[in-house]
Ligand binder design. Structure first.
Ligand SMILES: [Zn+2]
Ligand SMILES: [Zn+2]
Length: 382
């Protein structure tokens, strides 16, 4: 091990720094991207473009401890290695108009749409829905379905209420209301879990689990925290659920709970980001989740994803590029970008394909769909 410029004989850290970052109470700093992936140097305002020091891991880490980030400089490397995306394209007529892009959801063998005349599937099933009241500043109805297709939930994103329907009886089996306190900042927190259960917000700062179809409350009433719960994204295996929550500051605190340990076990916080939450997230595998946007402040972010591994919630990777609606499937990330459906290899941090011009709004097990003017277009990856 060589002696580094910080004076330590240790492993070289990921960032170079200016000399001012090595002192106690170090100043605010820029993160200067080096052009290799999302690697960056930590540099005070006076030292931008000056020679930097190669330092150890500990010194690189401590450089960012005291001061605040002033933002990014330079540009990240976006790895584009597009090749042919093997898959099957289909178009079929289906004369429905979902109320918005959040109102199409998967069924085991097809799709369910929430339309002006209620729920409709491709086989002719219909179910009238008395919609939850969509008040609030920017309410948006959103449709969710259980993996087995028996249940559907209609929630008011950025609103107060949600309902769960048993599609086998067309009955409403659960109604939940989280009140009105700052609900305009988050989608309605609701998600189906394995074993005929649903988790949903019952207050701005409380989640509960209910059995279906009985609606029986399965969680006990314990203390409520300071967190405003946000969109819930369960892992494919159903063990983890990411809660894209926030707290006064305000700061986004994406958080993962282990459902095997119960909702109240504490879980792990993945990051803290000022003014930043409600960004696309997706599970790459059963234990690794991708969260979009890199940085610690809404105004100082770069497009990309951070990868976090359970159970510790440690960040295990990051790369620049992805921005838009996102799903995970078989270790790859699928992102609706400016040019179409992008395929990203999360291990290599590279875009490996683009389905030009295709902008799906829903996904099930490798099949992506959009619906326009009575035509359902789908792309199924091989
Ligand atoms: Zn400096
Ligand atoms: Zn050092």
């Amino acid at each position: 091990m060589e002696l580094l410029e910080c004076g330590h004989a240790a492993v070289t850290g990921p960032s170079r720094v200016c000399e001012h970052m090595l002192v106690e109470e170090s100043p605010d700093f820029y993160r200067v991207l080096t052009g290799s992936g999302v690697r960056y140097d930590v540099v005070c305002a006076e030292c931008v473009e000056k020679p930097l020091l190669t330092v150890c891991e500990g010194c690189a880490e401590r450089a960012e401890d005291w001061g605040d980030s002033l933002g990014w400089k330079g540009t990240p490397e976006i790895r584009l290695e597009d090749r042919f995306v093997a898959g099957t394209v289909r178009s079929e007529s289906w004369d429905v108009q979902p109320l918005n892009g959040r109102c199409l959801a998967p069924l085991p063998r097809g799709w369910l749409a929430l339309t002006e005349s209620g729920l409709v599937d491709q086989a002719g099933f219909t179910c009238e829905v008395v919609l939850p009241v969509a008040h609030g500043k920017k309410p948006l109805l959103a449709l969710h379905t259980s993996a087995d297709g028996r249940y559907a939930a209609v929630g008011v994103d950025y609103g107060s209420q949600a309902i769960v329907l048993d599609l086998s009886t067309k009955a409403v089996v659960l109604e939940v209301d989280r009140g009105a306190y700052h609900v305009e900042w988050t989608p309605y927190p609701i998600a189906f879990l394995p074993g005929d259960r649903v988790v949903a917000a019952t207050k701005w700062n409380r989640l509960d689990v209910f059995a279906l179809p009985s609606g029986e409350l399965l969680t006990d009433r314990e203390s409520e925290g300071p967190f405003f719960h946000g969109r819930l994204t369960p892992s494919p295996g159903g063990r983890w659920v990411l809660n894209d929550r926030w707290v006064w500051g305000p700061a986004g605190l994406p958080h993962v709970v282990d459902l095997e340990a119960g909702l109240r076990d504490g879980g792990v916080q993945l990051a803290q980001r000022w003014y930043a939450w409600d960004q696309p997230v997706a599970w790459v595998s059963d234990d690794v989740v991708a969260v979009q946007r890199l940085g610690e402040d809404d105004e100082l972010m770069i497009d990309g994803v951070g990868l976090y591994a359970m159970p510790a919630g440690r960040r295990v990777g990051a790369f620049a590029g992805p921005a838009g609606l996102m799903w995970g499937h078989k270790g790859l990330l699928y992102v609706v970008g400016a040019e179409g459906l992008e395929v990203w290899d999360s291990e290599r941090g590279a875009r490996i394909g683009l389905v030009q011009g295709f902008r799906p709004i829903a996904h099930r097990d490798g099949t992506f769909v959009s619906i326009n003017d009575g035509v359902l277009d789908s792309f199924s990856v091989d």
